[in-house]
Write a protein that binds this ligand. Structure first.
Ligand SMILES: Nc1nc2c(ncn2[C@@H]2O[C@H](COP(=O)(O)OP(=O)(O)OP(=O)(O)O)[C@@H](O)[C@H]2O)c(=O)[nH]1
Ligand SMILES: [Mg+2]
Length: 324
């Protein structure tokens, strides 16, 4: 028996997503993640339905409690009647079928909740990585009516910086006894934190981690400039749901500050500008790739070899032909 798989109609999928259909949401995220030829069509169809969701990033070292905290926040936000989207980027324990492996128990409550969309994404292997695919997936969830989108990323290398540029509010999680405070300072992640969370506050050393953090924050940096947001430090025991009210309060204060200071708007514009730039660079790169071995490039190469041109003016000439 042969089965023809009908190509997904983008309009139908977007309408489905807007009505809260989880399968449509999943299909759309797959389309953007796989850089489908329909990507442009999807982006255009989503655009009018976006701009509403609040994006919150959670980052921190492996095992610090990001997934547990995400589940805790999902529960609390659902309790307030919000629709919630969750994206786990490069999770060390990937989601499957709406449940997170190793976190099955915690996410199970939400697996069948129509008000929660959970999705893991692999950024590795993609041109531009997280910066490229995540904003598109956020737009899908936004169009699907999510009031809040939570993005979990392991804080290694550049990841937390990218999360910060995708999120309205960035939570940096630390835990006692992991040398985390010092690591955080070294990696510069205190700079990207809007709210600092000391999770596993039930563990020995939590008070010391709090003291270390406070000391580090008092040392200066962007947070000490006049009018700047001073990131609050919240202690949580995510595994038991403790501290969630304080965390929600901190999130809502930050949302208020983003609105009143104009910083929220500024961040969103900077984010869109970076996204446009990345897409434009990728487009130029692929056009330059197409030029490989072309007559125009070959001619310029000949001129550089013979010394009748320098490589800089040759590159200018090439860019001119690309953008004409
Ligand atoms: N004692 C204690 N354990 C916790 C707490 N929160 C999470 N854990 C445990 O810490 C372990 C790691 O939690 P996760 O939520 O999976 O951590 P994660 O940061 O998402 O980990 P990765 O995604 O692998 O980077 C699990 O065994 C949790 O049960 C807490 O507040 N106290
Ligand atoms: Mg996790």
């Amino acid at each position: 028996m042969t089965r023809t798989r009908r190509a997904a109609d983008v309009g139908t999928l977007v309408a489905g997503a807007r009505s809260g259909d989880a399968r449509s949401v999943a299909r759309l995220i797959s389309l953007v993640e796989d850089a489908s030829p329909k990507l442009r069509e999807v982006a255009a169809a989503l655009a009018p339905h976006t701009g509403r969701a609040r994006v919150i990033g959670l980052t921190g070292s492996p095992g610090v409690g990001k997934s547990t905290s995400t589940a805790m926040l999902v529960r609390a936000l659902r309790g307030q009647g919000h629709r919630v989207g969750v994206l786990a980027v490069d999770p060390s324990s990937p989601f499957s079928g709406g449940a997170l492996l190793g976190d099955r128990v915690r996410m199970q409550d939400h697996a069948t909740d129509p008000g929660v969309f959970i999705r893991s994404m692999a950024s590795r292997g993609h041109l531009g990585g997280l910066a490229w695919a995540t904003p598109q997936a956020v737009r899908v969830l936004d169009a699907a009516g999510c009031d809040v989108v939570l993005i979990e990323t392991v804080g290694v290398g550049q990841a937390e910086v990218q999360v910060a540029s995708t999120a309205d509010t960035t939570l940096v999680l630390l835990a006692p006894g992991m040398g985390d405070g010092i690591q955080a300072a070294k990696a510069g992640i205190l700079e990207v934190a809007d709210v600092l969370v000391v999770n596993k506050a039930d563990r020995d050393g939590a008070a010391q981690t709090l003291r270390d953090l406070k000391a580090m924050l008092s040392l200066g940096g962007r947070h000490s400039e006049p009018g700047a947001w001073r990131p609050p430090i919240v202690s949580t025991v995510a595994a038991r749901g403790e501290g969630v009210d304080e965390l929600l309060a901190a999130l809502s204060r930050h949302a208020g500050w983003l609105a009143s200071s104009g910083e929220g708007d500024r961040r969103r514009r900077a984010r869109a500008a970076a996204e446009i730039e990345a897409i434009a660079v990728a487009a130029l790169q692929s056009r330059i790739g197409d030029l490989g071995g072309s007559a125009a490039l070959d001619a310029l190469a000949g001129e550089v070899v013979s010394g009748s041109r320098d490589p800089y003016t040759a590159a200018d000439a090439l860019v001119d032909t690309l953008t004409r």
